[in-house]
Design a protein around this ligand. Sequence first.
Ligand code: FEO
Length: 174
Amino acid sequence: MNKRVEKALNDQISKEAMSSQYYLSMASWAECNGLSGTAKFMYTHSDEERFHMLKLIKFVNERGGKAIIESLEKPPVSFKNLESVFAELLAHEIRVTDSINNLVDVCLQEKDYTTHNFIQWYVSEQLEEEALARTVLDKIKLIDGDSGGLYMFDKDLENAAIASNGVSIEPNQN
Ligand code: FEO
C-alpha cells in the first residue's frame, strides 16, 4: 500500500476513534441529565463512529498495510446545554469532513483509485451526518428552551436512534 495513503488512512482511523469517544461522552452526559432519547441517539452515533473506524482498519490490513491503534485524548466530560452539545457535534463533523476531503486529495495525488473508491462511502456519510446535525440544531433553536418542546425533541431523537441501527463494517457495504 502507498505509504502516504496508509498514513492518511491511519490518521483517519484515529479521528473516527476520537469521534466515537466524543459522542460516548455526550451520551453519558445526556443520560446523567435526564435526556434519555438524546443519550440513546449519542450511544448509537458513538457505535456508528466505531464502525467507521473498524471499516478503515479492515481495509488497510486487507490491502497489505498496517492499521495503527493510537491512544486517544480525553473528550470533554460536561456540556453547557443541549444546544452546545449539537453545536460541538456539528463542528466536529465539519472537521472530519475536511479530513476525509484531504484523504481524497492524497488518493488522487498518489493515483490510488481503489482507496479513492472506498473513501467515497465516507464522503456520502459525511454529507448525511452534517445535514442531520444541522437539522437537529435548527430544531433545538426553534424550541428555544421550552420544556414541553424539549421533551418531544428528546423522544424524536430516541426514534431516530432506533431507525439508524444496523451498520456493516465490511468494506464498500453500508
Ligand atoms: Fe465517521 Fe461522523 O465521522
